[in-house]
Design a protein around this ligand. Structure first.
Ligand SMILES: NC(=O)c1ccc[n+]([C@@H]2O[C@H](COP(=O)([O-])OP(=O)(O)OC[C@H]3O[C@@H](n4cnc5c(N)ncnc54)[C@H](OP(=O)(O)O)[C@@H]3O)[C@@H](O)[C@H]2O)c1
Length: 322
């Protein structure tokens, strides 16, 4: 594993990080989740990304992660970077959603209890809140750091204009933004329209989520929808109707290009993100340990010829976001 510095900070993150959005909830097999985490850590993945609402049910990924940490990772806390977030619906009433100080502080307290941790390394605001003053949300992040409940703070799903304001407020408060977590893959390239430049100029890290477009950018959907895939699961966030004939045709062409590079499609999709040194780490998911091992092999080839980059652009010209 190689580690990249997160913006201008002192923190280094592994080029591949593991996210626990799917496959770690109460609906999943705990032993399978444990094996994925063990394989990750044994291969130098030191960063594990959670959120209050990951499961299903919401909260259960943090609970399971806490159980596995206590059982299998005893003594390794200082070798790990653990993140959590709040910003989406978590509990009933006006204080369990969005971006008030009340929600963020209470939610992190709950997350720490579920994971049985004293602090998280990174705490994110999960999405911008159009109604709460940005000053209040950023003051909540600053407070949480001063209380010792998080070491660093981050933003997720903030567009350029909102991110610019939030970064400035955090700088004024003395708790600089460490990292931004946007959706970014070959199928979702909005960050190239200014966000990456902003983060690069401000010395802030970037950790793209859903880099495989939830599994689309792998070889699994080339010939239909496998029964054990995210698209086939009732609680999966990828819908069958997102796998259109046009996408399958694009994926087959990308798969051929990956083969010509000596890679699998999943590996090429991850390498493609890591080719830009403003990307600190790529945040993958996995439903089985073998998938993660497969994805990790992307690290042996993260350079692209100009011709390969053009071919990818041509194949995906006019592609719908995913
Ligand atoms: N900040 C946010 O708003 C936000 C939103 C979403 C996600 N995230 C973060 O990003 C993380 C990753 O998101 P994601 O799970 O959507 O990422 P992803 O890496 O795009 O998709 C992961 C899925 O792809 C399939 N897969 C992975 N590796 C494979 C391989 N080598 N070969 C074949 N299939 C493979 C598996 O699906 P199957 O089940 O089909 O096997 C796996 O669950 C999340 O866990 C979370 O931490 C953040």
């Amino acid at each position: 594993m190689k580690y990249r510095r997160c913006g201008n900070s002192g923190l280094k993150l592994p080029e591949i990080s593991l996210g626990l959005w799917h496959n770690f909830g109460h609906v999943d097999q705990l032993e399978n989740s444990a094996k994925i985490l063990q394989l990750a850590f044994d291969n130098g993945i030191t960063h594990f990304d959670l959120a209050n609402n990951y499961g299903p049910p919401p909260g259960s990924a943090e609970e399971n992660f806490g159980k596995i940490l206590a059982r299998d990772f005893n003594g390794y806390r200082d070798e790990m970077i653990i993140s959590s977030k709040a910003g989406y619906t978590m509990w009933d009433g006006p204080y369990g959603d969005w971006g008030s100080k009340k929600y963020l502080v209470s939610s992190l307290d709950q997350s720490l209890k579920r994971m049985n941790l004293d602090y998280v390394d990174i705490f994110y605001h999960h999405r911008p809140d159009p109604d709460t003053p940005l000053e209040e949300t950023m003051a909540a992040l600053d407070l949480i750091v001063r209380q010792g409940k998080a070491l660093y703070v981050g933003l997720s799903n903030y567009r350029v204009e909102e991110a610019t304001k939030a970064i400035s407020i955090l700088n004024d408060l003395g708790t600089p933004c460490l990292i931004h977590q946007p959706k970014y893959s070959m199928y979702e390239r909005w960050v190239e329209g200014g966000l990456l430049d902003l983060l690069g100029n401000e010395g802030i890290g970037c950790i793209p989520f859903s880099p495989l477009a939830q599994g689309l950018l792998t070889d699994k959907y080339l010939k239909g929808i496998p029964a054990d895939s995210r698209a086939a699961k009732a609680h999966g966030a990828l819908q069958e109707n997102q796998i259109t004939a046009e996408k399958v045709s694009q994926l087959n062409k990308l798969n051929d290009l990956a083969k010509s590079r000596g890679q699998k499609l999943a590996q090429m999709a991850l390498s493609w993100l890591l080719r830009d040194n403003r990307i600190t780490s790529v945040l993958v998911g996995a439903s089985r340990p073998e998938q993660l091992a497969d994805s990790l092999a992307c690290l042996t080839n993260t350079t692209f010829s100009p011709d390969e980059l053009t071919q990818i652009d041509v194949i995906l010209a006019n592609a719908e976001n995913n």
